[in-house]
Design a protein around this ligand. Structure first.
Ligand code: GDP
Length: 334
């Protein structure tokens, strides 16, 4: 048996160490690792099981780790297996990760039913999203029931996480009504459940008011075709005191079941798969264009465009023609 078959079999058997190794492989940008990762993903495709992929966003301090830990432990206590992945666009820029801190979710990380993977350090969000997408596939192959994909929602990260999720949860803190304006309309439109966390102690009444404000705002949004009555929904929870979490899980299941029966679940996954295919093609082409000798031709042509010697469109045509010719030559030569 080869190592690769071995790794695939261990992943299918739910081995978390093998899963961690495979994720390291998909995170690598070395061409030989990329090839191995692609082969592994193809071997595993169609095996394993379909998990519920849950995107979760919220600003730092809102209680994401506390929520994920409490929610994750509730699920593992029911015998479900939970994987936590992170998309952290900050880690590349600042060198410090908002989400990657190893001391987070300590209890959950010791739970045999859970698997936690911090965000990969990649140079751009595109790289992080591709790896996360592949990590999701690996977690499904490893038999996880629920995959939580966490992000802080910096820049585009909420949208990219929503594009790889079946459900999207937005965690908010209790706040005065004015702050409702601070939540972008876009995120209101992708959220399936808005959870006002910290609904405990002194903050409880503020949380209830905030929740009513958001419930009102959600009602003003046009009803989405992929939602049953009452969704998207705003709810209060306390991750610290573990209240409302089982209701959140029930609502998630209700929504998922409804979408499955209405066909929206599969259609959404199919559209996502198509989207990622197209993104892979674009990325692959761009990566080839960044390689020599095309890169050199690009620099030369860019200088000519700057000097006004050739128009932008004509230069682009010339470059692409040059690239396609090289591609044909190399195909012919091999
Ligand atoms: P993250 O940055 O979004 O991951 O937030 P954390 O989970 O680290 O929580 C930030 C702070 O909020 C910590 O001090 C938590 O103890 C606190 N916190 C989280 N959830 C709750 C909650 O439900 N109620 C209260 N009162 N505090 C909470």
């Amino acid at each position: 048996m080869t190592d690769k078959q071995n790794l695939a079999e261990q992943i299918l058997a739910g081995n978390r160490r093998a899963l961690a190794r495979a994720i390291t492989l998909v995170e690598s940008s070395r061409p030989d690792h990329r090839a191995q990762a692609a082969e592994l993903l193809e071997t595993l495709r169609g095996h394993g099981q379909e998990a519920i992929r849950v995107g979760l966003s919220g600003t730092p301090g809102v209680g994401k780790s506390t929520f994920i830990e409490a929610f994750g432990m509730m699920l593992t206590a029911q015998g479900l297996r939970v994987a936590v992945l992170a998309v952290d666009p900050s880690s590349a820029r600042s060198g410090g990760s908002i989400l990657g801190d190893k001391t987070r979710m300590e209890r959950l990380s010791r739970d045999p039913g859970a698997f936690i993977r911090p965000s990969p350090s990649q140079s751009h969000l595109g790289g992080v999203t591709r790896r996360t997408r592949e990590a999701i596939d690996l977690c499904e192959a490893a038999g996880f029931d629920v995959i939580l994909i966490e992000t802080v929602g910096v820049g585009q990260s909420e949208t990219v996480v929503a594009e790889m999720s079946d459900l999207f949860l937005l965690l908010l803190a209790p706040a005065g009504g004015d702050e409702l304006q601070g939540v972008k309309r876009g995120i209101m439109e992708i959220a399936d459940l808005i959870l006002i966390n910290k609904a405990d102690g002194d903050l409880k009444s503020t949380a209830t008011r905030t929740c009513a404000d958001y419930a009102g705002a959600l009602r003003l949004l046009r009803k989405r075709a992929q939602d049953p009555d009452g969704f998207p929904k705003a709810m209060t929870v306390s991750a610290l005191e573990d209240t409302g979490l089982s209701t959140v899980w029930e609502e998630m299941q209700t929504l998922t079941l409804w979408r499955r029966e209405a066909g929206h679940f599969d259609r959404r996954r199919a559209a996502q798969a198509r989207h990622w295919f197209e993104a892979e093609v674009r990325e692959g082409l761009l990566a080839r264009l960044r390689r020599e000798p095309v890169k050199g031709a690009m620099t030369t042509l860019a200088a000519k465009v700057e000097a006004g010697e050739i128009g932008a469109a004509a230069a682009a045509d010339e470059l692409l023609g040059h690239y396609l010719q090289l591609d044909r030559d190399s195909a012919g030569g091999s």
